[in-house]
Write a protein that binds this ligand. Structure first.
Ligand code: PSU
Ligand code: MN
Length: 307
């Protein structure tokens, strides 16, 4: 049976059998591939606490010592924030067969694991997307196809500003993924709340998002994106951000090639160039997404009890 090989954390197993809300989380952002220490440790604490404060159980996803895991409550935090191999959905089988010590999930891997065990809501910082030079390199994140394929609500602060956001939104439409702006009608640009890229739909409450998800899934639909702008206190001025992005892209040579190392390299360069400001923003938006995801998971769970 699909999902049978996934080892559930004890909190997650308890919540699942009681029908309580669960929010799946990716681990790339918390590993050394995502945020630098001590910010990763801080982000892990803030995000998991925000999910719990919202009444849901946080379910970190990863492959640990060759086992697919959903819920890492028994695992040492320093291991979660330590060295890892970036694992997208296509790599999960290899990580199991080759007994990877720590395969940190990207968005595509996390929604795949969540869907396999029936977890309906997932929170991340920002999803991958269509890279600016995709016409040359063909680099389109596997996140988009995985989101489309799995019946999971992904809560994200839009997508990273060094991507081609217009084409990212267009691609999600092509794949049939509803993109719901959270109190907004523009696709957020991760560190900045606006991008100028319009969305066709928006929601103003968790119950509205949950009702849309249920109706979508009723007809066999796949994933839904809830796009949450970064709160004002964490947002970075757009002109400043654009300048940093140009510098980061030039420094990493990301304009000339695609591949799995591009996203971590550009994020690292941005952190350095901005003197850590993009890292602080990342913390704010990840925590905010966790709060929204917990609320949506709560609505979906109460709706299940009521039906
Ligand atoms: N956004 C971040 N930090 C990250 C990522 C996104 O602020 O580490 C990760 C996510 O795990 C996302 C992945 O799924 O990058 C996308 O990588 P790629 O562009 O190679 O598909
Ligand atoms: Mn890529």
């Amino acid at each position: 049976m699909p999902g049978e090989s996934v080892v559930l954390g004890s909190d997650v197993a308890g919540a699942k059998s009681a029908g309580r809300p669960i929010v799946a989380l990716e681990t790339t952002i918390f590993s050394e591939l995502g945020l630098p220490r001590p910010h990763s440790v801080q982000a892990l604490g803030h995000v998991t606490e925000a999910v719990a404060a919202g009444g849901a159980v946080p379910a970190l996803t990863a492959v640990i010592d060759g086992e697919i895991r959903c819920g890492l409550d028994t695992l040492d935090r320093s291991r979660i924030c330590g060295p890892a191999t970036k694992m997208s959905a296509r790599d999960i089988g290899r990580a199991v067969a080759q007994k990877w010590s720590y395969g940190a999930t990207t968005v595509s891997a996390a929604v795949t694991i969540a869907a396999a065990v029936g977890v309906e809501v997932f929170a991340t910082g920002g999803i991958g997307g269509v890279h600016r030079n995709a016409a040359v390199t063909g680099d389109i994140s596997a996140d988009l196809g995985a989101i489309a394929a799995r019946p999971v609500v992904t809560v994200t602060a839009g997508a990273k500003v060094f991507l081609d956001l217009e084409r990212t939104v267009e691609h999600l439409e092509t794949l049939g993924v509803p993109v719901l702006g959270w109190h907004c009608d523009e696709f957020p640009a991760f560190h900045s709340p606006t991008s100028g890229v319009g969305l066709s739909a928006s929601v103003t409450s968790a119950s509205e998002a949950a009702r849309i998800a249920r109706a979508h899934w009723e007809l066999g639909g796949g994933g839904i994106v809830v796009a949450c702008p970064i709160p004002d206190h964490g947002a970075i001025n757009r002109a400043e951000l654009d300048e940093w992005v140009e510098q980061a892209l030039a420094r990493t040579g990301a304009g000339d090639h695609g591949g799995a190392d591009v996203t971590p390299a550009v994020l690292g360069a941005l952190a350095e160039i901005s003197g850590g400001r993009t890292v602080e923003a990342n913390l704010v938006l990840a925590e905010n997404n966790a709060v929204v995801a917990a609320a949506i998971a709560g609505e979906l769970a109460s709706d299940r009890v009521g039906s």
